[in-house]
Design a protein around this ligand. Structure first.
Ligand code: AP5
Length: 217
């Protein structure tokens, strides 16, 4: 199973990716998480990525593509992978196709999570992320048991810099201008499956698995 999750910021890609990766027993590769892990580790890549992420802009393609290529060359991908947050423009989609072609393989499906702007703002503004393990919660929809404390590892929960109101707007513009064109790209390749991402988290994952099982044997 080689799968991509695509959708606007806050659509629930990270939330669904964890469930789908576990269901299909494949690694979840999130470029946003890799950048945040680098930032936490104080690497040069993390510092560079932060300067773009905090403004809601994409990290330059050269850096991102190289990072993804390295990750796809690791040897834990025998069962496939679930990419979350990559590709984010048509150039990255073309680079991904070339990386996979070099390995004599290709994608099985691209799952689009559709959601309206009002729900996006509500989901993003209430999101809290664990500084330690990266797990996400929501102040209303999915609160942690103890306010400000991660249920999984007791790490501190914080609001991402790019989840603040002034940055959300720019992230939505970037999605619309740069990322949305990959939907048409993958529709053209016959790989696109779209589902409505409104409802309970478990309902959405069931909807996703049902939609994927219709196209993947
Ligand atoms: P990234 O981390 O990928 O952010 P994103 O795509 O904007 O997605 P989010 O993490 O904001 O949202 P999500 O869809 O995962 O939603 P979640 O499940 O958390 O990227 C961040 C930045 O990194 C980019 O802006 C860019 O700068 C850089 N970057 C990353 N990849 C790049 C690339 N390929 N090229 C260049 N730059 C790149 O859910 C959101 C909230 O809603 C949570 O609180 C959750 O609890 C809640 N929620 C989830 N599902 C539901 C539901 N069904 N009902 C109610 N609430 C729900």
């Amino acid at each position: 199973m080689r799968l991509i999750l695509v959708g606007p910021p806050g659509a629930g890609k990270g939330t669904q990716a964890v469930l789908l990766a576990s269901h299909y027993n494949i690694p979840h590769i999130s470029t946003g998480d890799i950048f945040r892990a680098n930032l936490k580790g104080g690497t040069e890549l993390g510092t560079l990525a932060k300067s773009y992420m905090d403004k809601g802009e994409l990290v330059p393609d050269t850096v991102t593509n190289e990072m993804v290529k390295d990750r796809l060359n690791q040897d834990d991908l025998a069962n496939g992978f679930l990419l979350d947050g990559f590709p984010r423009n048509v150039f990255q989609a073309e680079v991904l196709r070339a990386i996979l072609a070099e390995k004599h393989t290709s994608l099985d499906a691209v799952l689009e999570l559709s959601i309206d702007d009002q729900e996006i703002i509500s989901r993003i503004s209430g999101r809290r992320t664990c500084r330690n393990c990266g797990a996400t919660f929501h102040t209303v929809n999915a609160p942690s048991k103890v306010e400000g404390v991660c249920d999984n590892c007791q790490g501190e929960l914080y609001q991402r810099e790019d989840d603040k109101a002034e940055v959300i707007q720019r992230r939505l513009e970037v999605y619309s201008e740069q990322t949305k064109p990959i939907i048409a790209f993958y529709r053209g390749e016959g790989l696109l499956i779209s589902i409505m991402a409104l409802g309970e988290v478990s309902e959405i994952s069931q909807r996703s698995i049902a939609a994927l099982s219709a196209v993947i044997s």
